[in-house]
Design a binder for this molecule. Structure first.
Ligand code: AMP
Length: 438
């Protein structure tokens, strides 16, 4: 048997209803903040990620799905291509390629699959889904403003609240500008020198290539050493400090709770200033629902104009896992099951189904080879509210037997009345069952 590849999975109904719910809510909330959707390709030139995410990161150094494409001619050497491990690089590439700065400040969101060759476990997949957004534009459009950072964070808090997700924590830090980081890296290197031999192999490598990444270390034995290392907060210059203070002040003014975490450096190289993560207690080891931050130099490093920006990526798989119990997916049920009885009734049944579906009534269509008993059983099993019986007599009379499968009550209804009767009953029962969903 051929199975889905390790680290990938099928999303089946009824769970897909939860994914639709989350995505519809994202579109609705982001719209209120004047964001618009962007869709970029799932694969890009490898160098896009190498130059933006950073050669030294785990993503680029060991997690990308990269292959050499075939050239046009057999003998041509192909391009190196990579399945996108994240979407910010693609959005910024598109921003540069289509000169989006000419249209002022861009507020863009995306929803789609990303690919990383990580070790699969609960909440961590090799194909996973992100819902993300970017605010990017020329400095003259206010893209550098701390108001943009606070707006994005407030939008995220609103989104989680609207999904009914409680118990999230917003952790906030500033990783400063490249100048601050150069000084900080120097200080870190010095502080690591006498202790690094006692640390894990990954940290030993990081200490040489990119000491900041030491803060990503999850090995318990290394933590007491990491706790004593200098922090980026001690190295922020005046403008960076002011920017960070203002972000916090706006968050306080809008009532968004946060905690400062000066160990938060994030896994990607392009971040500057504000860096953040939302975590959720119910998720276990993989507790980060989303992460993001500012990336003021990214556009230039990809050959574009100055275009400060801030963005985030939500792990949709984890978001769905964090939904409250009350959001349990229930398989949606048809309003009516049409049961054609006897020879030649399939055609008439198909006509009726077409009419009812045209009125937005969820209709399942049976087959005339089923007897009445089997049709009613099938209708009940799928949870249909009504069975509509289409026999020769009914067709002749132009009036059909409509059976309420819950109460067993059966009425005869003229063709023109069917849609209205079904709709009235369905609406009445929806109000009764779930008034809180209104
Ligand atoms: P990142 O792009 O690494 O900042 O990740 C942003 C968010 O995507 C994380 O907070 C996770 O929720 C989610 N995420 C990252 N990697 C994976 C993965 N392999 N499987 C599932 N979700 C992931």
């Amino acid at each position: 048997m051929i199975k889905a590849v390790r680290g990938t999975r099928d999303l089946l109904p009824p769970e897909t209803a939860l994914w639709n719910f989350v995505e519809a809510k994202a579109r609705e909330v982001f719209r209120a903040y004047n964001f618009q959707e962007i869709r970029t390709p799932v694969f890009e030139e490898t160098q896009l990620f190498a130059r933006s995410v950073g050669e030294e990161t785990d993503i680029v150094s060991k997690e990308m799905y990269t292959w050499e494409d075939r050239g046009r001619a057999q003998s041509d050497k192909g391009q190196s291509l990579t399945l996108r491990p994240e979407n910010t690089a693609g959005v910024v590439r598109a921003y540069i390629e289509h000169k989006l700065w000419e249209r002022g400040l861009q507020k863009l969101y995306y929803i789609g699959p990303q690919f990383r060759r990580e070790r699969p476990q609960k909440g961590r997949y090799r194909q996973f889904y992100q819902i993300g957004a970017e605010v990017i534009g020329p400095p003259s459009a206010g893209s550098e403003s701390p108001a943009r950072d606070a707006e994005v964070l407030e939008m995220l808090a609103t989104f989680l609240d609207r999904l009914g997700i409680t118990g999230w924590t917003l952790e906030l830090n500033s990783v400063g500008c490249p100048n601050d980081r150069a000084l900080f890296n120097e200080a870190l290197r010095k502080a690591l020198e006498p202790v690094v031999a006692k640390m894990c192999v990954d940290c030993q490598r990081r200490a040489v290539t990119n000491p900041l990444r030491v803060f990503d270390c999850k090995i318990p034995e290394d933590q007491p050493i990491i706790d004593k290392l200098p922090r980026i907060s001690q190295f922020l210059n005046q403008p960076c400090r002011q920017h960070f203070d203002e972000v916090q002040a706006i968050l306080k003014a809008t009532g968004i709770p946060f905690t400062l975490n000066d160990r938060l450096v994030r896994g990607l190289d392009y971040y500057t200033r504000t860096a953040f993560e939302f975590t959720h207690g119910g998720l276990g080891a993989q507790n980060a629902i989303l992460g993001g931050g500012r990336y003021d130099g990214l556009s230039e490093s990809l050959g574009g104009p100055q275009a400060p920006g801030i963005g985030f990526a939500i792990g949709e798989d984890r978001l769905v896992m964090s939904l409250p119990q009350s959001a349990n997916a229930v398989a949606p049920q048809p309003d009516v099951y049409i049961a054609p009885l006897g020879a030649g009734m399939n055609r008439e049944a198909a006509r009726l189904a077409r009419e009812l579906r045209g009125e937005d009534i969820v209709t399942e269509l049976g087959d005339e080879s089923f007897r009445l008993k089997k049709s009613l059983e099938t209708a009940s099993k799928m949870g249909a509210r009504f069975a509509l019986i289409v026999g020769e007599n009914e067709v002749k009379a132009g009036s059909f037997a409509l059976k309420n499968l819950a109460s067993g009550e059966q009425t005869s209804a003229p063709r023109a009345e069917l849609a209205r009767m079904i709709r009235n009953s369905v609406i009445a029962s929806r109000v009764q069952i779930a008034p809180e969903n209104k």
